[in-house]
Design a protein around this ligand. Structure first.
Ligand SMILES: *[C@@H]1O[C@H](CO)[C@@H](O)[C@H](O)[C@H]1NC(C)=O
Ligand SMILES: *[C@@H]1O[C@H](CO)[C@@H](O)[C@H](O)[C@H]1NC(C)=O
Ligand SMILES: *[C@@H]1O[C@H](CO)[C@@H](O)[C@H](O)[C@H]1NC(C)=O
Ligand SMILES: *[C@@H]1O[C@H](CO)[C@@H](O)[C@H](O)[C@H]1NC(C)=O
Ligand SMILES: *[C@@H]1O[C@H](CO)[C@@H](O)[C@H](O)[C@H]1NC(C)=O
Ligand SMILES: *[C@@H]1O[C@H](CO)[C@@H](O)[C@H](O)[C@H]1NC(C)=O
Length: 283
């Protein structure tokens, strides 16, 4: 089998031989010319080859140094954002409070009604005669032995009189929770309350939780606890536990909790009753 390498060498040497062994005078000048052209061509070729390689090396060096600079910049940026993130994360994780986020959600702060009158709830905005009342009040719907929360304390809220009364409060989420954690769906809520009413009447309470974005618009879906009706209570005056949990929606920055007491029976007392409205956040 023919060796392609030796074949190449053979043809090479035959060209050389032709160049060096020709002694025809007429052809001498032509030979010299072509010899000169040959070397000139070679020089040019090798020269441009060397120049090309040089240029390539310079280019390579330049590109490498550029890439290195970019990489260094990127690395620095990554390091900065990573350290920022871990700092905020650490802070946030420790600042999501484990206590109720609502002010006076359990009706134990401020004064409570002892009789027939109206005592507006402490820490809540309100509309109508909604009243914070003692379980021991002479004219209340509930008492200390009524079926309800074991940690009921002294007081609860009820509608008192009129068809509809309500109380509400806003909560700022970003004062304690990093919005980044909300926006990537890392924060969950646990919302609960004890709801009920009087005897066989359907007077009731609904407690809603609405999340609000930076533009003061509602985001996500509003969560509603209740109503608990007479049929749910078996016509017995009592409070029943209602609870829901879920993800805090993206873009939520604050929230609104509203308790609405609705009268369905009679023209006098609005017997919608509620206690221990709790709102927790966790990761
Ligand atoms: C307390 O209320 C319950 C209904 O929730 C009632 O059955 C009971 O008689 C009441 N107790 C007193 C001492 O009024
Ligand atoms: C209250 O509700 C009753 C029906 O339950 C209705 O007849 C009355 O007009 C309502 N009053 C007001 C002020 O809306
Ligand atoms: C909520 O709290 C944050 C941080 O304290 C504050 O920047 C922001 O203005 C507050 N938002 C409202 C609506 O009060
Ligand atoms: C949310 O962001 C935090 C902080 O960057 C990160 O630790 C967590 O894994 C992210 N969670 C999701 C569900 O993207
Ligand atoms: C929510 O909180 C209630 C107490 O208010 C508790 O019984 C319940 O287990 C909690 N649920 C979750 C999912 O954390
Ligand atoms: C509850 O009261 C309603 C009306 O007073 C009555 O029709 C119903 O039978 C009662 N249900 C029970 C379980 O006592």
């Amino acid at each position: 089998m023919a060796n392609p390498v030796s074949t190449t060498y053979g043809s090479h040497s035959s060209i050389e031989r032709i160049v060096w062994t020709d002694d025809d005078d007429n052809n001498q000048i032509n030979q010299k010319k072509s010899f000169a052209w040959h070397w000139c061509f070679r020089c040019c070729f090798i020269g441009s080859l060397v120049a090309g390689i040089g240029l390539a090396i310079v280019l390579a060096f330049w590109l490498t140094s550029k890439t290195t600079t970019t990489t260094e910049t990127l690395t620095q940026k990554t390091t900065v954002s990573t350290s920022t993130m871990s700092t905020t994360l650490a802070t946030t994780t420790t600042t999501i409070s484990t206590s109720n986020w609502l002010i006076n959600g359990d009706g134990e702060t401020g004064s409570c009604q002892v009789g027939y009158g109206i005592t507006s709830p402490t820490g809540w905005m309100y509309n109508g005669p909604v009243t914070q009342i003692y379980y021991s009040a002479s004219d209340g719907d509930l008492n200390s032995t009524t079926s309800g929360p074991s940690n009921r304390g002294q007081c609860y809220f009820y509608g008192q009189i009129s068809n509809v009364t309500s109380m509400w409060q806003y909560v700022n989420l970003t004062s304690s929770i990093n919005p980044v954690l909300i926006d990537n769906q890392t924060v969950r809520f646990n919302f609960s309350a004890w709801l009920g009413g009087y005897y066989d009447q359907d007077d009731n309470v609904q407690v809603s939780l609405m999340f609000i974005n930076q533009l003061n618009q509602a985001v996500g879906s509003t969560v509603v606890l209740g109503p608990v009706l007479a049929i749910d209570r078996g016509n017995v005056s009592k409070l029943l536990f209602r609870q829901t949990s879920g993800l805090v929606p993206t873009n939520a920055r604050s929230l609104l909790v509203t308790a609405t007491m609705i009268r369905t029976a009679g023209i006098a007392y609005n017997d919608g009753c509620v206690d221990n409205i709790y709102l927790y956040f966790y990761q």
